[in-house]
Write a protein that binds this ligand. Structure first.
Ligand code: SF4
Length: 748
């Protein structure tokens, strides 16, 4: 359809007219010649002025490369920007993580950018907490108020009483906040990883003795054994697994209690908590039948369980396990990959180690799988830490992480409500929350609400007035990722590792500020050693000066770059450092890191195998909360493809996506036909799902895509987290999402 030029378009812009404008002008001229009055285009959108985008010409468009932030995968994106307004997001075909692919969340990100409910400027609470009474204040006032509170806390000698809940990892911004807390003197940088996202890296610190992600060569993988409901659909690895294997798609077998929402060659239903037992049974068959080179694994056979012994835990027939083991051996190199839900169980660490041992036996080193070290910044000055900060950083963390009983220091965000309520080991005086909404996304909503009421000063950096922000004293809205600078190292790892550039595709739509700019402003306001630890003026400066100019130029051109750089200056500073497996001796495999072998568990007991120093992976049966007679079903919360950890409400398109079938709006309780018959429930019935800590209403979805004995429910829908008992893995401190028993009945 031809569009007449807008009456507001300046004549000077004529020289920049695009094809559509020229056609529109021709039509207008033709109409004038015919004596017709031009009509208003009925399809014209009366767009509001494009905010803060000087320099754009009418009809001008650009494609801007950046990095998605809606999950830990950090896919490369390219955004079409027309007249300064972002109008479409596509996958960046040159990005090694997603190779042009983009999931539904990435596609929908524009809706968050232009969402009418974004917080547009800093807010100060004027009524009681939760009253919803706010007053708009300036950024100077907001920063000044936070700075004054933090300065007072530090002057009183208690900087450790500041806690930051940080939902983001693997970015420069996260590192800036970490450096801020280091210089300020608080050890309490509490991540959300214990709630699942960090679980997939759990095996490396315990087995290899260091943190890092495994990078697997998917192009050469013959068989991918995908463990977990979410792995191929919504995990941080999903896009990488789907797109990296396009050139040579491996055979994919999925093991999970719920059939995944994407195409696989075979689905094997497994009982919740049974993954580790399955891995050990596979190890047993591989060794018993001499299907693999077992040199270096001589110590393991005793730890492997026979398929018959594990059937009761896994629910998988012994003959299926035998067949699966032979398939793994015949399709080498074979890879076993798992998502966070697999180890988000009471036996999570032992599960991770068992899967890791299975991968080792299948020839991990053959596949060039390596553990990637932490990316450190080139060019950052050594941080200044004064005596007070050094002393107070040494006190125990409020969440119990980092103690001798939790040797690798995973955050335990779920422990915060109890720690705040008891004021032990010390009271929390100030709480900052960014990139997280614990009140709505973690179990124990009431405990979280009570905890927030106890903290004298709560600041939220949320772009939304979400449930946690609602109870804050100040809301300092961060810009969204499409408006901000950052450098990201994706969770979906490739070898060599990738650095992915995030840059603003548009100017700030509202009066928000980038997170990095906020922490730099706070540091400058506090001054002294804190200010000198963070000497930059803007987040953009941090991004552009943290990497050598030639690396930045290459990264800007493609949107991402490899961070390995043989002998250049960059590597001397540790950027992209690669750390090989601890077990470097040929035919020797490290089942257990020496550090963990000497460490106790958080509850003071020791894994018997670890204490004995045998080096064997410990075995633990899963524990479930709830009396099996009262609560005969297992709850399987899963992350559906449209799941956004802290803000699904901001994406109307995602809310419209049907998760399993038909009407997308009601929460579904997915059950097997056998259970439906057992409980007298029909497809479409309104049901009540109850656990020992909560209940929620749902609509029954009867499906043979769910294993008998299981109720599968999508996270992100209101009410599911209220069912989960906040139990955890006693070894690792990870939240046991998969450890709750429930019952289900028709709503009367
Ligand atoms: S997989 Fe994650 S990072 Fe990639 S497009 Fe989807 S939400 Fe964004």
């Amino acid at each position: 359809m031809k569009r007449p030029p807008r009456s507001t378009e300046p004549a000077a812009a004529a020289s920049h007219l695009g094809r559509r404008e020229l056609l529109g002008s021709a039509a207008l001229a033709g109409a004038a010649l015919l004596g017709c009055r031009p009509k208003k285009d009925p399809y014209r959108i009366d767009k509001p002025p494009v905010p803060r985008v000087p320099g754009w010409r009418t009809g001008e468009e650009r494609w801007v490369l950046s990095t998605c932030a809606l999950c830990e995968a950090a896919c490369g994106i390219k955004v079409r920007v027309v007249e300064g307004r972002a109008v479409k997001i596509e996958g960046n075909p040159e990005h090694p993580v997603n190779r042009g692919g983009l999931c539904s969340r990435g596609q929908a990100a524009l809706q968050a950018l232009y969402h009418p409910e974004r917080v547009r400027s800093p807010l100060r609470r004027t009524g009681s907490r939760g009253s919803g009474q706010w007053k708009t204040i300036s950024w100077d006032e907001a920063i000044g108020e936070v700075t004054a509170k933090l300065a007072k806390l530090r002057a009183a000698g208690g900087p450790e009483r500041l806690v930051l809940i940080d939902g983001e990892t693997g970015t420069l911004t996260h590192n800036l906040w970490a450096r801020f807390l280091l210089a300020y003197g608080s050890p309490n940088h509490v991540g959300m990883g214990s709630t699942g996202s960090a679980a997939v890296e759990l095996d490396t610190p315990y087995r290899q003795g260091l943190y890092g992600w495994r990078a697997d060569d998917l192009e050469r993988t013959g068989l991918l054994l995908a463990m977990g409901t979410d792995l191929l659909a919504s995990s941080g690895q999903a896009m990488h697994l789907q797109c990296a294997s396009r050139a040579r798609r491996p055979r994919v077998i999925c093991v999970s209690p719920r059939r995944p929402g994407c195409r696989v060659d075979e689905w094997i239903p497994i009982a919740p908590g049974g993954y580790g037992a399955l891995a050990l049974a596979l190890v047993h068959v591989l060794l018993r039948d001499a299907l693999v080179d077992s040199r270096g694994f001589e110590a393991l056979p005793g730890a492997g369980r026979t398929p018959e012994e594990t059937t009761q835990v896994t629910g998988i027939p012994a003959e299926t396990v035998e067949r699966l083991a032979h398939a793994l051996a015949e399709n080498r190199p074979a890879l076993v990959a798992s998502d966070g839900s697999v180890v988000a169980a009471s036996n999570g660490l032992s599960t991770a180690i068992a899967i890791s041992a299975l991968n080792g036996l299948l020839g991990e080193r053959e596949r060039l799988a390596r553990v990637l070290g932490t990316v450190r910044m080139a060019g950052w000055p050594a941080p200044t830490v004064d005596a007070l900060a050094a002393a107070r950083r040494a006190v125990p963390r409020v969440d119990g992480a980092g103690t001798a009983a939790c040797p690798f220091g995973q955050s335990r965000v779920q422990a915060l409500p109890a720690a705040i309520a008891s004021a032990k080991p010390y009271p929390v005086e100030a709480l900052l929350v960014r990139g997280a909404n614990p009140l709505a996304t973690l179990p124990g909503r009431q405990a979280w609400a009570a905890a927030l009421q106890r903290v004298p000063f709560v600041v939220s950096f949320s772009p939304w007035l979400d449930e946690t922000a609602w109870l804050a004293d100040l809301v300092l809205p961060e810009s969204l990722f499409l408006e901000a600078w950052d450098m990201v190292w994706p969770a979906a790892v490739t070898d060599p590792p990738v650095l992915s550039l995030r840059q603003p595709v548009v100017g700030p739509v509202h009066g928000t500020r980038q997170s990095g700019d906020l922490v730099l402003a706070l540091a400058a306001g506090l001054g002294g050693s804190i200010g000198s630890a963070l000497p930059w003026k803007r987040q953009q400066d941090v991004v552009e000066t943290s990497f050598p100019p030639q690396s930045m130029a290459a990264i800007k051109e493609k949107g991402a770059g490899r961070s390995v750089c043989a002998d250049d200056e960059n590597c001397k500073h540790g950027l992209g450092e690669i750390v090989d497996l601890e077990s470097t001796t040929p035919h020797e495999f490290a089942f257990f890191a020496r550090r963990i072998a000497s460490a106790g568990t958080r509850d003071g007991t020791r894994s018997s195998e670890a204490a004995a120093g045998s080096g064997l992976p410990p075995w633990e049966a899963p524990r479930f909360s709830g009396d099996p007679l009262q609560f005969p079903l297992h709850l399987v919360p899963y992350r559906p493809a449209p799941f956004v950890a802290d803000g699904a409400h901001a994406f109307p398109w995602l809310s419209e996506l049907p998760l399993v079938s038909g009407n997308p709006w009601p929460l579904r309780a997915e059950i097997n036909p056998a259970d439906a018959a057992r409980f007298g429930v029909a497809d479409g019935d309104e049901v009540l799902v109850e656990s020992s800590v909560g209940s929620c209403a749902a609509v029954a979805l009867v499906s043979d895509g769910v294993r008998p004995g299981v109720v599968a429910m999508a996270l992100g829908k209101s009410g599911v987290v209220d069912l989960v008992v906040p139990d955890e893995d006693r070894l690792s401190g990870l939240l046991a999402w998969q450890g709750t028993r429930v019952r289900l009945r028709r709503a009367s």
